[in-house]
Design a protein around this ligand. Structure first.
Ligand code: PLP
Length: 392
C-alpha cells in the first residue's frame, strides 16, 4: 500500500482503498492540518516560557481550550489536555480512586482504557442486556449494594465495537439517587463524531474525548473535570504544574490546536454528516443482511451511532473475512481484540450474551465523514462473495 500526496491510500494495484475502520481512527481533517502546521514550524515554542514566542504558544493553547470547552459544554478551566483517550480514561478512574480503597463500578462493555484500571482495583462490572445496553434494574441493585464505598461510576456514551449508546441520563439519576457519594465518568471517545456530547454529558463529572476519532491527530485528547471531581482527582504523574497539576508535562501545542479545530468543524457539520452516514450505513446493513443467510446485526440500528455496522457472519471467522476484504482493498476490523496470538472473543459481545463462535464471526465496518456510496457498494459486491468462499 502507498499514500499519495493528498494522503489517499491506495493498494499495490493503484486502486483506491475502501476505508471502513473509522472507529479505529479517522483521517485528519484539513482544518486540523491547517491549525497544526505552523506550530510544527515557526510556532514551536514551549507555552510555559516567559518570552514572546512562549507567550504566543500559550495563547494558542488558551484559544484551543476555549474552543474545546465550547465543544464539550464546560468551563475552560475544566478542560485537562491529555495524550489521548486512554490517558483521559485512566486519569479519571485511577485518579479518583487514587490512594483509597474505594470501589469503582463500570459497565461490562467499557473499552479497555476504562475496564482495565477498573479491574486492576477489583472494581465491579454492571451487566448489559442482549442489545448491549446497561440493565438499569441491576445497576440500581449494584449501586445500593456498594453505595458506602463507591467513588466512581464509569459508563461510555457509545460503544467502540457495536456503536450502542447508553442511557446516560437514567444512569446519572440512578447514581445520584442510590450512591450520591460517587462521581460519574463518561468515555465519550466514540460518541463525539455522532452525538451532542456537550448536551448528553452536562450532568456528568468527568468526560473523556480523543482527537483522532473525529479528524484530529493521534496522541492528543482531553478530560473534562467538573468542580466536584476536581476536589477528588489526583494526578497520575508528578512534574511541572501544567494542566492545573492534573497532567504535568509540556503540552502538545500543535496537537491541541488541531484537536480544537477538528472538534469545531465536526460539530458544525455533525447534523448533515449524521444524516448522510446513517443512510449509507442503513444501505450497507440492509444489503448485507439480505445478501446471504446468517448475517446478523449486533443491535437495533436506532440504538447505535450512525457510522457503526457490526455484523455477525455466522459460520465464518471474522479475521478470515477481514483478511479477504483486505486483499480486495477494503479496510475493516473484527469485533475482537488480539492478545499474544491467542484471539479472545470480544468481552463486549460476550457480555451481550453472544456465544464464543458468534463473537468470533463478528466484523466491524465503521463509516465516517469521508465515507461514500461507492465504498458501500464495493463492500456489498465483495463481502457476499467472501462469505460464499469461506463457507464452501
Ligand atoms: N475509549 C474508547 C471507547 C475508544 O474507542 C478508544 C480507542 O479506540 C479509547 C478509549 C482510547 O483512545 P486513544 O486511542 O486515544 O488512547
Amino acid at each position: 500500500m502507498s499514500t499519495d500526496r493528498l494522503g489517499a491510500q491506495s493498494d499495490e494495484r493503484g486502486g483506491e482503498r475502501v476505508y471502513l475502520d473509522h472507529a479505529a481512527t479517522t483521517p485528519l481533517r484539513p482544518e486540523a492540518l491547517e491549525a497544526m502546521l505552523p506550530l510544527l514550524g515557526g510556532g514551536f515554542a514551549n507555552p510555559s516560557g516567559l518570552h514572546a514566542s512562549s507567550r504566543r504558544a500559550r495563547r494558542v493553547v488558551d484559544d484551543a481550550r476555549e474552543q474545546l470547552a465550547a465543544a464539550l459544554g464546560c468551563e475552560e478551566g475544566e478542560v485537562v489536555f491529555t495524550s489521548g483517550g486512554t490517558e483521559a480514561d485512566n486519569l479519571a478512574v485511577a485518579g479518583v480512586a487514587y490512594g483509597s480503597g474505594a470501589t469503582v463500578l463500570a459497565s461490562a462493555v467499557e473499552h479497555h482504557a476504562v475496564l482495565d484500571p477498573t479491574l486492576y482495583r477489583n472494581g465491579v462490572l454492571a451487566p448489559v442486556d442482549g442489545d448491549g445496553v446497561l440493565d438499569l434494574d441491576r445497576l440500581a441493585v449494584l449501586l445500593e449494594r456498594h453505595a458506602a464505598t463507591l467513588c466512581l461510576v464509569a459508563v461510555m456514551l457509545a460503544n467502540n465495537e457495536t456503536g450502542v449508546l447508553q442511557p446516560l441520563d437514567e444512569v446519572v439519576t440512578l447514581v445520584r439517587d442510590h450512591a450520591p457519594g460517587a462521581l460519574v465518568h463518561v468515555d465519550a471517545v466514540q460518541a463525539f463524531p455522532w452525538c451532542d456530547v456537550a448536551g448528553a454529558t452536562a450532568s456528568c463529572d468527568l468526560v473523556a474525548v480523543s482527537a483522532h476519532k473525529f479528524g484530529g491527530p493521534k496522541g492528543v485528547g482531553a478530560l473534562v473535570v467538573r468542580a466536584k471531581a476536581r476536589e477528588r482527582l489526583s494526578p497520575l504523574a508528578r512534574g511541572g504544574g501544567q494542566e492545573r497539576g492534573l497532567r504535568p508535562g509540556t503540552e502538545n501545542v500543535a496537537g491541541i490546536a488541531a484537536m480544537a479545530a477538528a472538534a469545531t468543524a465536526t460539530i458544525a457539520e455533525r447534523p448533515a454528516t449524521v444524516a448522510r452516514v446513517a443512510a449509507l450505513r442503513d444501505r450497507l446493513a440492509e444489503g448485507l443482511v439480505s445478501s446471504r443467510p446468517g448475517v446478523v446485526e449486533a443491535a437495533p440500528r436506532e440504538r447505535r451511532v450512525a457510522g457503526n455496522c457490526l455484523v455477525a457472519l455466522e459460520a465464518t471467522e471474522g479475521d478470515e473475512v477481514c483478511y479477504l476484504l483486505d486483499a480486495a482493498g477494503i479496510d475493516a476490523s473484527t469485533g475482537s481484540a488480539c492478545a499474544s496470538g491467542a484471539r479472545e472473543p470480544s468481552h463486549v459481545l460476550l457480555a451481550m450474551g453472544w456465544s464464543r463462535a458468534r463473537a468470533h464471526s463478528a466484523v466491524r465496518l465503521t463509516l465516517g465523514a469521508t465515507s461514500s456510496a461507492t465504498d458501500v457498494e464495493r463492500v456489498l459486491e465483495v463481502l457476499p462473495e467472501v462469505l460464499d468462499r469461506l463457507r464452501s
